[in-house]
Design a protein around this ligand. Structure first.
Ligand SMILES: O=P(O)(O)O[C@H]1O[C@H](CO)[C@@H](O)[C@H]1O
Ligand SMILES: O=c1cc[nH]c(=O)[nH]1
Length: 291
């Protein structure tokens, strides 16, 4: 493989990677991703020590130790356009030699655990509950730009696209599974499971309208009535499918956990979102350190 050029692998003057502003030594193999930069400190305040605090734009990183386990928490900002940056750059930090600018022979596998927020489209999934995305359906388009055949769940893709029939609206979904072994660490009766819909926006792309008219009027009820292998499409958010796809393509593992803040079927929004997010953070950290 020839060396990556200056316009492809972009390093800052201090040798750190372009957007994340991180050096290879700044990250742990276990990485918690959160959307909101303010959530980074909500996670790292539980660490026994914080050894790295760096950031640039919406990408804030803390790395430290909890009960002897080295953990990184990083904010991705909103959307899979940012996931593309975060996952490519985190992989580069461990699997590209910045001196030779070539891929390393011996690869390092990373574990990604998202602690996010989300909106349920199923009436019986209440606000403030926790949901693990067994699978994700991407309406955002990110995977269409990669040779992603081996990472995708083609059977689910075929079934959802046929069921929805939204090709006439230029909407074609891709589908990706969570990593089963990593997901199993977070199983318990506190967690619900489902298929997560990852969208390219919060309003129109999640069937919301404030002043603009939706093109697809039965958007959420149609998605909510689909089922696949005993799982329903449970919730909308904006990162998981991209995470699952890019993690698999790079040889990493990923799982997405979300607090349900909105119930779209009942028209409810949590009054207690911060407390629920804090509870999911504590639950996730406990599972990470006790595995
Ligand atoms: O709370 P985070 O992790 O950002 O996740 C959800 O919240 C944002 C929208 O409000 C989107 O990023 C969505 O995925
Ligand atoms: O409804 C919601 C709530 C949180 N995040 C989303 O993307 N959608």
């Amino acid at each position: 493989m020839s060396a990556l050029g200056n316009s492809e692998l972009i390093l800052n003057p201090d040798g750190s990677i372009y957007h994340l502003n991180l050096l290879p030594k700044d990250i742990a193999p276990t990485i918690i991703t959160v959307g909101d930069p303010n959530r980074v400190a909500m996670v790292s305040k539980y660490f026994d020590s914080i050894d790295v605090e760096k950031g640039k734009r919406e990408f804030l990183t803390h790395t430290g130790f909890l009960k002897g386990k080295k953990i990184t928490v990083i904010s991705t900002g909103i959307g899979t356009d940012n996931i593309d940056i975060v996952f490519n750059e985190l992989d580069a930090l461990v699997n590209i030699d910045f001196a030779t600018r070539k891929e390393k022979n011996n690869k390092t596998r990373l574990d990604f655990i998202r602690i996010g927020t989300s909106g349920s489209i199923q009436a019986e999934i209440p606000v403030d509950s926790f949901l693990l995305s067994r699978k994700a359906i991407g309406f955002d388009g990110l995977m269409h730009f990669y040779k992603a055949g081996q990472a995708r769940n083609k059977d689910l893709e075929q079934q959802i696209n046929q069921f929805l029939g939204w090709k006439e609206h230029d909407i074609i979904a891709y589908a990706v599974d969570s990593d089963k072994d990593l997901s199993d660490i977070f199983n318990s009766n506190h967690i619900r499971f489902g298929i997560t819909s990852t969208n390219s926006g919060f309003y129109g792309p999640q069937g919301r309208s404030l002043r603009l008219s939706p093109k697809i009027t039965d958007f959420n009820t149609k998605l909510a009535s689909f089922s696949y292998q005993d799982l329903n499409i449970t919730n909308h958010e904006m990162e998981t499918a991209g995470m699952y796809g890019l993690a698999k393509l790079h040889g990493h593992r990923a799982v997405s956990l979300n607090v349900i803040l909105a119930n779209r079927a009942n028209g409810e929004f949590s009054n207690n979102g911060n407390k629920a997010v804090d509870d999911l953070i504590k639950y996730t950290l406990e599972k990470i350190v006790s595995r």
